[in-house]
Design a protein around this ligand. Structure first.
Ligand code: BG6
Length: 462
């Protein structure tokens, strides 16, 4: 008999975000974000027309929810602070009710023996900042850095693990390339500027933290999608290399190595989409390297060389450089339509070990979204054996990477309680805990009981 053993100090838990769990979206002084605004303008763009006001009401129920986390064996939990709640005008005065809420929530976590991992920005741009041009405007970058410093000062005594951004590529691709999120722009050059300015904001916030008197760690959460070519033919491999550059290295390299890959800069120059920069930027990036990394992993990206010509009159898109490849026989999550490839997490961890100085990292999101999950209810409990299998398979590959020296310190599932998700609202359920949207009742799923046991035993049998 063998046993997949995880270190006793491994971080076990789950992740969520302010906008997706708090609710009270316009209460107690919170100003609107782009999500509140977009829902008001175009409710039809949201699944079932459910908007950001309908959440699991963490703002009211955080105390009992934290007790529930304890039951699941959590020793850590990631959520975010809402910029629009803390500083309603984007800059300037702090909202005292927000300070009370976040201080109390963080304290409650600590009292329950749960380490808070706090992210500063999870897709929820304050509307007032978007109206100034969002990340395209360097003034917004500076406002964000002030907001970050305010958070460090207010909550830094109790928070040891900070993240500047969650998945910074998502607002870039969904908001500026694919018309899936507000502000619904489709423009490669503007997307590049947004991506670039986000990383300048990130680097400045990292340096501000390092300059402060605090002795925790700061990082960034990146959704890394290993890019696999259809074949070892050079044209397929080139396609995969470009996909990797655009979707992974565009954030990973500046965050960890403090500079952009030369090939990426060249590509941007070749297509006349290079961002506007300022003379001090190179030094800002060099001095704003992260202490650690959060890795979100859901699915890989499989690509092949582009055979069909792109429409030269259509907008420039990443797909100019590759075509998606639907590998025959790949395992799919049939309840969500995403590929399941657990070895991808191993490949990511080994890549970080071999090419990124084995930076300390942890899996900050991984999970399985399922539509209509009520169909798996038996005697009031969701029998999510598929999720148990999914987590187990990923943990096995994480364990293998760790046994080969990868510096992975923990695992957080997306998510704690089923939550509202951007334009998808409640379409895909991900939680360890089921949420009844009508009654707000929470019920631990089978996977929630299962994980509690894994945590207690520091692993599981092979
Ligand atoms: C992650 C995001 O990329 O995916 C989360 O960080 C999001 O905020 C999660 O909720 C799942 O997304 P979806 O669209 O499947 O509900």
């Amino acid at each position: 008999m063998c046993f997949y053993k995880f270190p006793n100090d491994f971080w076990w838990g789950s992740a969520s975000s302010a906008a997706q769990s708090e609710g009270a979206s316009l209460a107690d002084g919170k100003a609107p974000t782009i999500w509140d605004h977009w829902f008001e303008q175009q409710p039809g763009r949201f699944f079932d027309e459910v908007g950001p006001a309908q959440t699991s009401t963490f703002y009211e129920n955080y105390k009992s929810d934290i007790q529930l986390m304890k039951q699941l064996g959590h020793n850590s939990f990631r959520t975010s602070i809402s910029w629009a709640r803390l500083i309603p005008d984007g800059v300037g005065a702090v909202n005292p009710k927000a300070v009370t809420f976040y201080s109390s929530m963080i304290r409650e976590l600590k009292d329950a023996g749960i380490e808070p991992f706090i992210c500063l920005f999870h897709f929820d741009m304050p509307l007032v900042m978007q109206e100034k041009g969002g990340w395209e405007n360097r003034e917004v970058v500076d406002a964000y850095v002030e907001y970050a410093k305010t958070c460090f000062e207010l909550f830094g005594q109790d928070v040891r693990y900070w993240f500047t951004f969650n998945e910074p590529i998502v607002p870039v691709e969904q908001g500026y390339l694919y018309d899936a999120h507000y502000p619904n722009v489709v423009d490669f050059k503007r997307a590049v500027q947004v991506a670039y300015n986000t990383m300048i904001a990130h680097a400045k916030a990292v340096s501000a933290y390092h300059d402060s008197a605090q002795n925790g760690q700061i990082g960034i959460v990146l959704n890394l999608t290993p890019s696999y070519p259809r074949s070892s033919h050079p044209s397929d491999e080139k396609a995969a290399r470009i996909a990797d550059l655009l979707f992974n290295r565009s954030f990973l390299d500046p965050a960890v190595l403090g500079q952009y890959p030369h090939e990426l800069a060249q590509l941007m120059a070749d297509y006349s989409v290079a961002p506007q920069t300022q003379p001090e930027d190179k030094e800002l990036l060099r001095s704003g390297k992260v202490d650690m990394l959060g890795v979100n992993y859901y699915q890989p990206r499989r690509v092949k060389a582009r055979l069909n010509a792109v429409n030269p009159d259509g907008p420039m898109l990443p797909e100019w450089f590759f075509e998606p490849y639907e590998m025959p026989g790949r395992k799919m999550n049939r309840y969500r339509g995403w590929e399941i490839y657990a070895k991808g997490v191993y490949d990511i961890l080994l890549n970080l070990k071999n090419n990124y100085g084995n930076i300390p990292c942890y899996i900050s999101e991984n999970g399985m979204g399922v539509e209509d999950e009520e169909r798996f209810l038996v005697d009031g409990q969701v029998q999510d054996d598929y999720r148990i299998e999914f987590i187990r398979d990923h943990l096995i590959w994480i364990n293998k990477a760790m046994s080969q020296g990868a510096n992975c310190r923990g695992y957080h599932l997306w998510t704690f309680i089923d939550c509202w998700s951007w334009a998808n609202a409640y379409k895909n359920r991900y939680g360890f805990v089921a949420l009844d949207l009508k009654t707000q009742q929470r019920t631990i799923k089978k996977s929630g009981h299962w994980i509690a046991q894994i945590v207690q035993e520091h692993g599981f049998e092979c």
